[in-house]
Ligand binder design. Sequence first.
Ligand code: ADP
Ligand code: MG
Length: 653
Amino acid sequence: EKPRIVDDEEGGVLFYTASASSSSGYGFASLEKQRQRLPVYKYRTAILYLVETHATTIVVGETGSGKTTQIPQYLKEAGWAEGGRLIACTQPRRLAVQAVASRVAEEMGVKLGEEVGYTIRFEDVTNNDLTRVKFLTDGVLLREMMDDPLLSKYSVIMVDEAHERSLSTDILLGLLKKIQRRRPELRLIISSATIEAKAMAAFFSTRRHRGPDDIPKKEPAILSVEGRGFNVQIFYVEAPVPDYLRAVVLTVLSIHDKEPMGDILVFLTGQDDIDAAVQLLTEEAQSSRNQGLIVLPLYSGLPRADQDLIFSPTPRGKRKVVMSTNIAETSLTLEGVVYVIDSGFSKQRFYNPITDIENLIVAPVSKASARQRTGRAGRIRPGKCYRLYTEEYFIKEMPADGIPEIQRSNLVSCVIQLKALGIDNILGFDWPASPSPEALIRALEVLYSLGVLDDDAKLTSPAGFQVAEIPLDPMISKMILASIEFGCSEEVITIAAVLSIQSVWFPGRGAQKEMDEAKLRFAAAEGDHVTFLNVYKGFLESGKSSNWCHKNFVNYHAMRKVAEIRLQLRRIAQRLGIVLKSCEGDMQAVRKAITAGFFANACRLEPFSHNGLYKTIRSSQEVYIHPSSVLFRLVQITHYIIVLVHEQLRGTM
Ligand code: ADP
Ligand code: MG
């Protein structure tokens, strides 16, 4: 008989069985003490020695051991940032870049943006004269290579979170390997939370290439930081859960009821289900029995003030519940977590080169991810992890590892960047993991049809170079370029700015109907893009008022961001010689510019389709209008009106 750990008194909905243990952790103290207590501290001399003597050093260590926040500081202390040089540390996620940079600035006792700074797309918090340690996304570092192909201002580049195998990380690794042959003095640190160090070392091994002899030690060094985690007891549900949001809420309440104090970290998939779970739980937390719960969301795009709440210590007598995407899996470490609830899912990108459709879908995580999530519970004392799937599922069905993003992405942006860096033989590029030839060919096809590549698959001049210069999806960049011809660059730049943020609408708030009505106030029959223009116009006319946003279900922070991105895009456009001009309400012009960028996505409404079925022109793929689109409602209304007209005609005849 296995022990039953959690049972809900009212209905007995969730039953957990206990299982084997895993580990990962330590306590609170002054900043300096905290630094010295991190597992990586013992390896300080070793790390510095290896970096001195090896071109590439691979550091593997458990999440929270101090790799990201400490190693750049050690390098700085050892003099790697002297003589005007910089130390770079890349992250796949923007939110992680911001959070880690502000932590390091705090530990060093400096103002963020001076000695320690960060850069993410459309946000540069660095100072040309002062910044010595710079955190940035891997994507931004790739962009910097367009102006400085050898990244000559950096003495050490630390590619962090390499285990995530994000698309930009993989491209970056391929390119850094090339740079290394031209810049023997450059040092690379590849850091990762899991042990695939051997494969990474093999990739960076120079034995396969004949390089100049003055490169320091040719074979990469591997250093493994031993963590000091506490045991984490794992529980599985006895039967699959039909509704994981409900299961999350039940489990949180049950922990809160029965377990000693300690924060709870919940892994969900994205903003939608996180907001829904936060709302469900906040309602429950208002009842007297569940006092003391502080429920917080954590996902990219979260406003700064909300990010700070996540990291601030939990008040005495309270219990923090953080509902997170997989950003808290390895990128960010939250102190105080003792309980982890793992939904077993995350949002992942999947691309099908045959249909040329890229989807963000909710998919099961890998065993490697599940173990990482579990480890987050063992930081300060022995913890507990509740897996919302069965043990049998974990053992028999969960895939061992994830698939590198490069093998499940649309490669249009990737190919144009490599082309812009003068890498013409894309198929022969030395990738850490090879993308599928079909996906590469699709990308070349799209770029050719956009007029970005010529018959020899070289960037066209000037269009190709201009598109590559704009830090947006090539289709959007092309739309901006096309707007010159139609005299609507101001409008199109607004649309491009809105397409760079997650959503202009404020999520749900439990008032779906009111929100739909608010949307309809701005809705344009031309579709979402023109609707965005209406929203932005309303925002400007309100004097950028947060009150106005609130009333109209518009996300205020997102709109501020749009205004900021817009300014930067205008600056880039001016640099590229694009004339800024408004078409003064001529939506025909705007639609033409959009079509010039997005014609490859065109689809046709199927005749006699009653449920709004479209087929793409390129591959006859069946598609529907997404429920979040204003057209979803407008089309319904149009259908309704057509039916009414028919009825009326019949009546008069
Ligand atoms: P690793 O990169 O090995 O996962 P980090 O360097 O990110 O480890 O974390 C080391 C320590 O710094 C952890 O204890 C973590 O909680 C703390 N830390 C990191 N970022 C912040 C932050 N923004 N606020 C408070 N503590 C932080
Ligand atoms: Mg880290």
